[in-house]
Design a protein around this ligand. Structure first.
Ligand code: ADP
Length: 462
């Protein structure tokens, strides 16, 4: 899985692409500007060179050659700030501006007779554009001319352009990255909201729906699809719950009838054998009734947020009440229930459901204790969180079973053969703790006993 979010990837990708485009554009624009600046300068140099040529030809014809003053006048019309040097074929200088005196010469053969030769030269720390050309007089190349103009203006303009790109490109990139981030964040906002809603949705609030954006785009399609899916899940869930509730009710009534009929028959029939089978049938009826009660309770707990009756519960009183209720069952096995309350604590919860959880734990602790054993029930509070441990010294749970005991219908192999039960008790305990935002855990050693620990935040804020 990539460590970047889609948002970061989009921003990164667009910034890279835009960066390449900006840099490419900058290079092209810079090159175009450079050749435009030099082209213009060269054209002006050429124009001036043509005038010099004409002047030289004229002067040669009139035999008044050379006249430096005329060149200077020409320059005033042609190319301000330029300097020139005129020499003959042997390199004898006929006229030279002081700046060009002593500067290296281009050999006669290196000067192209048909076109102008341009180059950049450095003279006394300044850079100049230089033109070399042959000058014709009476149909023969007789002289060479060099004209130079400073590159200061052109280079300053190009430098400015460079600076503009150097700062402009990063600024433009930062602005475009910010804009892309903004657009992507806006586009993704409905998605983030959907993720949050989807995370919140659980069995207890299946009626929630993800928000659909106003726009009829892909995100809208996704939201609609998710909502339709949620609708179907909710319907399936509702009908499943309804089925369990209906089934439990349907089973209960005939069970109650069978039970009372059996009880009546038991009283009337004197035969021991028939009485024993009626006794066994009554036990089965009780087992089925417990199973249907547990199933109904679990079904209700799955939508517990709708059926919670919240109130302030004194934990010490609740524990004492549970111990009192379980005493008759404990007495049948001569099991002692030892309650120790270290701190008196109040919690905010559904008293009936919490009682049901504790009774389930006590029932198991007694069931899996040896005859004459002790079950310790200890409650502690740190002022905020509450902890109740139910510790028996009975048969314990095999290590491979421990992680499964809270699963629905899970029963250890030994329990199946030796004890009654449906395998729903601990699943109910865990669900009750979940709806109270608490937890239940177990530590156990085979042959030494088990300790179930309930942790509850108190008081619970709903
Ligand atoms: P059951 O109706 O079988 O007791 P529970 O969900 O309450 O169903 O428990 C699941 C299984 O966990 C039991 O079948 C048993 O194997 C094991 N168990 C639960 N409590 C204890 C205990 N205190 N000591 C030993 N085993 C236990």
């Amino acid at each position: 899985m990539s460590k970047f979010s889609i948002k970061a990837k989009i921003v990164l990708a667009t910034t890279i692409v835009l960066g390449l485009v900006f840099v490419g554009f900058s290079i092209v624009i810079y090159q175009k500007a450079k050749s435009a600046y030099f082209g213009r300068l060269d054209a002006r140099l050429e124009g001036y060179a043509e005038k010099i040529r004409g002047e030289v030809e004229e002067q040669y014809y009139e035999k008044r050659f050379p006249d430096a003053a005329d060149f200077r006048d020409l320059r005033a019309e042609g190319l301000a700030g330029s300097f020139l040097r005129l020499s003959d074929q042997q390199g004898q200088v006929i006229f030279a501006d002081s700046i060009l005196t002593g500067q290296p010469f281009k050999p006669w053969d290196a000067i192209n007779p048909r076109q102008f030769t341009f180059e950049d030269v450095a003279i006394a720390n300044d850079r100049y554009r230089s033109l070399w050309a042959r000058v014709e007089a009476e149909d023969r190349d007789r002289y060479s001319v060099q004209i130079v103009v400073p590159l200061t203006e052109v280079e300053a303009a190009l430098k400015l352009l460079q600076l503009l790109f150097l700062f402009g490109v990063p600024v433009a990139l930062a602005i475009s990255a910010g804009a892309v981030y903004g657009i992507v964040t806006t586009a993704f906002r409905p998605l983030s909201a959907m993720v949050q809603t989807a995370e919140r949705i659980s069995a207890s609030n299946l009626s929630e729906r993800v928000a659909s954006p106003e726009t009829h785009d892909e995100v809208f399609a996704l939201a609609s699809t998710l909502n339709t899916m949620m609708e179907r899940i909710e319907q399936a869930f509702k009908s499943q719950k309804q089925f369990i509730a209906d089934a439990s009710h349907e089973i209960r009534t005939p069970l109650a009838i069978i039970r009372s009929e059996l009880e009546y028959a038991q009283k009337e029939i004197a035969e021991v054998a028939s009485n024993e089978s009626i006794e066994a049938a009554l036990d089965e009826v009780d087992r089925l009734k417990k199973l249907s009660d547990d199933l109904l309770l679990l079904a209700k707990l799955d939508s517990a947020s709708l059926t919670m009756k919240l109130q302030t519960v004194r934990l010490d009183e609740l524990l004492a009440d549970c111990v009192k209720r379980m005493k008759p069952i404990a007495d049948t096995k001569r099991v002692t229930l030892a309650l120790t309350v270290h701190d008196v604590a109040e919690i905010h919860g559904d008293e009936d459901k919490l009682r049901s959880a504790i009774l389930n734990l006590l029932d198991n602790a007694i069931k899996y204790s040896k005859n004459g054993g002790t079950v310790d029930i200890i409650s502690r509070s740190n002022g905020r969180d509450v902890e109740v441990t139910v510790c028996d010294h009975g048969e314990g749970i095999a290590p491979e079973e421990v992680e499964h005991v809270f699963e629905r219908f899970h029963r250890a192999a030994s329990s199946r053969s030796q004890h009654d039960g449906s395998g729903l008790g601990l699943a109910i305990v865990r669900r009750i703790l979940e709806v109270h935002k608490g937890s239940v855990s177990v530590r156990s050693k085979i042959g030494e006993g088990s300790t179930f620990t309930i942790a509850l935040p108190g008081p619970i804020s709903q």
